[in-house]
Write a protein that binds this ligand. Structure first.
Ligand code: ATP
Ligand code: MG
Length: 223
Protein backbone atom coordinates (compact mmCIF):
# COMPACT_ATOMS: atom_id res chain seq x y z
CA UNK A 1 0.00 0.00 0.00
CA UNK A 2 1.18 3.49 -0.77
CA UNK A 3 2.37 5.58 2.14
CA UNK A 4 1.91 9.30 2.07
CA UNK A 5 4.42 11.58 3.72
CA UNK A 6 4.12 15.34 4.06
CA UNK A 7 7.22 17.46 4.69
CA UNK A 8 5.89 20.42 6.60
CA UNK A 9 6.86 23.48 8.60
CA UNK A 10 5.85 27.04 7.82
CA UNK A 11 9.17 28.58 8.80
CA UNK A 12 11.14 29.47 5.68
CA UNK A 13 14.51 27.96 4.89
CA UNK A 14 14.06 24.93 7.17
CA UNK A 15 15.06 22.42 4.54
CA UNK A 16 11.58 21.23 3.45
CA UNK A 17 12.41 21.28 -0.24
CA UNK A 18 15.87 19.76 0.16
CA UNK A 19 14.50 17.01 2.42
CA UNK A 20 11.67 16.26 -0.01
CA UNK A 21 13.84 16.01 -3.13
CA UNK A 22 16.53 13.93 -1.41
CA UNK A 23 14.02 11.59 0.19
CA UNK A 24 12.12 11.16 -3.07
CA UNK A 25 15.30 10.61 -5.09
CA UNK A 26 16.78 8.28 -2.47
CA UNK A 27 13.64 6.13 -2.23
CA UNK A 28 13.32 6.01 -5.98
CA UNK A 29 16.99 5.06 -6.40
CA UNK A 30 16.47 2.19 -3.96
CA UNK A 31 13.64 0.74 -5.98
CA UNK A 32 10.57 2.31 -4.36
CA UNK A 33 7.91 3.71 -6.63
CA UNK A 34 7.68 7.36 -5.68
CA UNK A 35 5.38 10.21 -6.60
CA UNK A 36 6.69 13.56 -5.37
CA UNK A 37 3.86 16.09 -5.09
CA UNK A 38 5.10 19.67 -5.04
CA UNK A 39 2.41 21.60 -3.21
CA UNK A 40 4.39 24.83 -3.01
CA UNK A 41 3.91 27.86 -5.22
CA UNK A 42 7.68 28.38 -5.32
CA UNK A 43 7.86 25.02 -7.14
CA UNK A 44 11.41 24.61 -5.86
CA UNK A 45 11.10 20.84 -5.40
CA UNK A 46 10.03 20.56 -9.04
CA UNK A 47 13.08 22.55 -10.14
CA UNK A 48 15.25 20.68 -7.60
CA UNK A 49 14.71 17.40 -9.45
CA UNK A 50 15.64 18.93 -12.77
CA UNK A 51 12.27 19.81 -14.28
CA UNK A 52 11.87 23.07 -16.21
CA UNK A 53 8.62 24.81 -15.31
CA UNK A 54 8.09 26.33 -18.76
CA UNK A 55 8.29 22.90 -20.37
CA UNK A 56 5.41 21.45 -18.34
CA UNK A 57 2.00 21.05 -19.91
CA UNK A 58 0.15 20.64 -16.60
CA UNK A 59 0.93 21.05 -12.91
CA UNK A 60 -0.79 20.32 -9.62
CA UNK A 61 -2.55 23.65 -10.08
CA UNK A 62 -4.46 22.23 -13.06
CA UNK A 63 -5.45 19.23 -10.94
CA UNK A 64 -6.78 21.50 -8.18
CA UNK A 65 -8.56 23.69 -10.70
CA UNK A 66 -10.19 20.68 -12.42
CA UNK A 67 -8.50 21.36 -15.77
CA UNK A 68 -7.35 17.76 -16.24
CA UNK A 69 -9.53 14.68 -16.55
CA UNK A 70 -7.24 12.57 -14.41
CA UNK A 71 -4.44 13.36 -11.95
CA UNK A 72 -2.29 11.12 -14.15
CA UNK A 73 -2.40 13.71 -16.92
CA UNK A 74 -0.30 16.06 -14.79
CA UNK A 75 2.30 13.52 -13.61
CA UNK A 76 5.67 13.73 -15.32
CA UNK A 77 8.69 11.44 -14.98
CA UNK A 78 12.09 13.11 -14.70
CA UNK A 79 15.51 12.06 -15.97
CA UNK A 80 16.19 9.73 -13.06
CA UNK A 81 12.81 8.02 -13.08
CA UNK A 82 11.06 9.96 -10.33
CA UNK A 83 7.35 10.65 -10.85
CA UNK A 84 6.43 14.23 -10.08
CA UNK A 85 3.24 16.25 -9.73
CA UNK A 86 4.80 19.65 -10.35
CA UNK A 87 4.19 22.84 -8.39
CA UNK A 88 3.00 26.14 -9.84
CA UNK A 89 3.15 29.79 -8.78
CA UNK A 90 -0.65 30.06 -8.42
CA UNK A 91 -0.93 27.03 -6.14
CA UNK A 92 -1.34 28.74 -2.79
CA UNK A 93 -4.10 30.97 -4.19
CA UNK A 94 -5.94 28.01 -5.71
CA UNK A 95 -5.49 25.99 -2.54
CA UNK A 96 -6.89 28.76 -0.33
CA UNK A 97 -9.99 28.83 -2.50
CA UNK A 98 -10.38 25.07 -1.96
CA UNK A 99 -9.72 24.60 1.74
CA UNK A 100 -10.19 28.15 2.98
CA UNK A 101 -6.98 28.02 4.97
CA UNK A 102 -4.25 30.58 4.43
CA UNK A 103 -1.53 28.04 5.16
CA UNK A 104 -0.25 26.57 1.93
CA UNK A 105 0.73 23.28 3.54
CA UNK A 106 -2.80 22.50 4.71
CA UNK A 107 -3.92 20.17 1.91
CA UNK A 108 -0.73 18.16 2.31
CA UNK A 109 -1.71 17.43 5.91
CA UNK A 110 -5.24 16.43 4.89
CA UNK A 111 -3.84 13.92 2.41
CA UNK A 112 -0.88 12.54 4.38
CA UNK A 113 -0.46 9.61 6.76
CA UNK A 114 2.78 10.86 8.28
CA UNK A 115 4.58 14.14 8.69
CA UNK A 116 8.29 14.87 8.56
CA UNK A 117 9.18 18.19 10.19
CA UNK A 118 12.55 19.59 9.15
CA UNK A 119 13.96 22.04 11.67
CA UNK A 120 16.99 24.17 10.82
CA UNK A 121 19.40 24.31 13.74
CA UNK A 122 19.22 28.10 13.91
CA UNK A 123 17.63 30.78 16.04
CA UNK A 124 13.84 31.00 16.62
CA UNK A 125 13.49 27.28 16.02
CA UNK A 126 11.08 26.88 18.93
CA UNK A 127 8.33 29.00 17.40
CA UNK A 128 8.45 27.20 14.07
CA UNK A 129 8.30 23.74 15.63
CA UNK A 130 5.56 24.63 18.11
CA UNK A 131 3.45 26.16 15.32
CA UNK A 132 3.89 23.07 13.15
CA UNK A 133 2.89 20.78 16.03
CA UNK A 134 -0.17 22.92 16.78
CA UNK A 135 -1.28 22.84 13.16
CA UNK A 136 -0.81 19.07 12.96
CA UNK A 137 -2.88 18.75 16.15
CA UNK A 138 -5.71 20.81 14.64
CA UNK A 139 -5.74 18.74 11.45
CA UNK A 140 -5.78 15.51 13.51
CA UNK A 141 -8.75 16.74 15.52
CA UNK A 142 -10.80 18.18 12.71
CA UNK A 143 -10.11 16.16 9.60
CA UNK A 144 -7.40 13.54 9.60
CA UNK A 145 -7.26 11.56 12.88
CA UNK A 146 -4.85 9.04 11.32
CA UNK A 147 -2.14 11.66 10.82
CA UNK A 148 1.03 10.98 12.82
CA UNK A 149 4.39 12.68 13.11
CA UNK A 150 7.03 10.39 11.62
CA UNK A 151 9.82 12.52 13.02
CA UNK A 152 11.62 15.81 13.49
CA UNK A 153 14.69 16.16 11.29
CA UNK A 154 17.35 18.67 12.28
CA UNK A 155 18.98 20.26 9.25
CA UNK A 156 21.90 22.64 8.74
CA UNK A 157 23.52 21.37 11.91
CA UNK A 158 27.15 22.11 12.70
CA UNK A 159 29.42 21.18 15.55
CA UNK A 160 27.06 22.59 18.18
CA UNK A 161 24.74 20.07 19.75
CA UNK A 162 21.63 20.54 17.63
CA UNK A 163 19.15 19.81 20.39
CA UNK A 164 20.49 22.89 22.15
CA UNK A 165 18.69 25.13 19.67
CA UNK A 166 15.40 24.03 21.26
CA UNK A 167 14.29 25.17 24.71
CA UNK A 168 14.54 22.43 27.36
CA UNK A 169 10.75 22.21 27.40
CA UNK A 170 10.38 21.56 23.70
CA UNK A 171 13.39 19.27 23.56
CA UNK A 172 11.89 17.20 26.39
CA UNK A 173 8.37 17.16 24.89
CA UNK A 174 9.53 16.00 21.50
CA UNK A 175 12.62 13.96 22.37
CA UNK A 176 11.01 10.73 21.20
CA UNK A 177 10.17 12.27 17.82
CA UNK A 178 13.65 13.52 16.95
CA UNK A 179 15.31 11.22 14.39
CA UNK A 180 18.57 9.64 15.56
CA UNK A 181 20.43 11.38 12.69
CA UNK A 182 20.60 14.95 11.42
CA UNK A 183 21.63 16.72 8.24
CA UNK A 184 24.80 18.79 8.58
CA UNK A 185 25.24 22.16 6.93
CA UNK A 186 27.06 21.76 3.63
CA UNK A 187 27.81 24.23 0.85
CA UNK A 188 27.33 21.64 -1.91
CA UNK A 189 23.65 21.27 -1.02
CA UNK A 190 22.74 24.62 -2.49
CA UNK A 191 24.79 23.87 -5.59
CA UNK A 192 23.08 20.49 -6.06
CA UNK A 193 19.66 22.12 -5.67
CA UNK A 194 20.55 24.72 -8.28
CA UNK A 195 21.69 22.00 -10.70
CA UNK A 196 18.36 20.19 -10.29
CA UNK A 197 20.10 17.13 -8.88
CA UNK A 198 19.40 16.01 -5.29
CA UNK A 199 22.59 15.61 -3.26
CA UNK A 200 22.01 11.86 -2.72
CA UNK A 201 22.51 11.44 -6.46
CA UNK A 202 24.98 14.25 -7.10
CA UNK A 203 27.39 13.52 -4.24
CA UNK A 204 26.30 10.30 -2.53
CA UNK A 205 29.32 10.32 -0.22
CA UNK A 206 28.71 13.85 1.06
CA UNK A 207 28.04 13.77 4.83
CA UNK A 208 24.57 15.30 4.31
CA UNK A 209 23.75 12.74 1.60
CA UNK A 210 24.75 9.94 3.97
CA UNK A 211 22.34 11.33 6.58
CA UNK A 212 19.54 11.74 4.05
CA UNK A 213 20.06 8.10 3.08
CA UNK A 214 19.52 7.15 6.73
CA UNK A 215 16.09 8.74 6.45
CA UNK A 216 15.51 6.82 3.22
CA UNK A 217 16.50 3.54 4.89
CA UNK A 218 14.38 4.20 7.92
CA UNK A 219 11.31 4.87 5.83
CA UNK A 220 11.95 1.81 3.66
CA UNK A 221 12.32 -0.38 6.74
CA UNK A 222 9.57 1.05 8.93
CA UNK A 223 7.05 1.06 6.15
N1 ATP B 1 21.94 21.06 5.15
C1 ATP B 1 22.05 22.19 4.45
N2 ATP B 1 23.24 22.86 4.43
C2 ATP B 1 23.38 24.01 3.74
N3 ATP B 1 22.39 24.58 3.03
C3 ATP B 1 21.20 23.98 3.01
C4 ATP B 1 20.96 22.76 3.72
N4 ATP B 1 19.67 22.40 3.51
C5 ATP B 1 19.13 23.34 2.73
N5 ATP B 1 20.05 24.29 2.42
C6 ATP B 1 19.85 25.52 1.62
O1 ATP B 1 19.09 26.40 2.43
C7 ATP B 1 18.07 27.04 1.66
C8 ATP B 1 16.70 26.64 2.20
O2 ATP B 1 16.54 25.23 2.05
P1 ATP B 1 15.17 24.65 1.47
O3 ATP B 1 14.82 25.39 0.23
O4 ATP B 1 15.31 23.19 1.41
O5 ATP B 1 14.19 25.07 2.66
P2 ATP B 1 12.60 25.28 2.65
O6 ATP B 1 12.13 24.98 4.03
O7 ATP B 1 12.02 24.49 1.54
O8 ATP B 1 12.49 26.83 2.33
P3 ATP B 1 11.15 27.63 1.90
O9 ATP B 1 10.40 27.85 3.16
O10 ATP B 1 11.68 28.88 1.29
O11 ATP B 1 10.40 26.78 0.92
C9 ATP B 1 18.31 26.62 0.22
O12 ATP B 1 19.11 27.59 -0.40
C10 ATP B 1 19.05 25.29 0.33
O13 ATP B 1 19.90 25.06 -0.77
MG1 MG C 1 10.82 25.09 -0.06
Amino acid sequence: MAKKFAVVIRKGGSGKTTTTTNLAAGLSQNGSRVLMVDIDSQANATKGVGLVLDDLQYTLNDVFAGRVTSVRDAIVTNDFGLHVLPGHRDLSQTEQGMVGNPDSTYSALLAADRVIIPVAAESFTDDGLAAAMAMIGRVQQRSNPQLTVDGILFTKTDRTQFKEVLSDDLAASYAALIYPFDVPRGTHINHANTLGMPLVLYMPNHPAAIEYNKLVERIRNNG
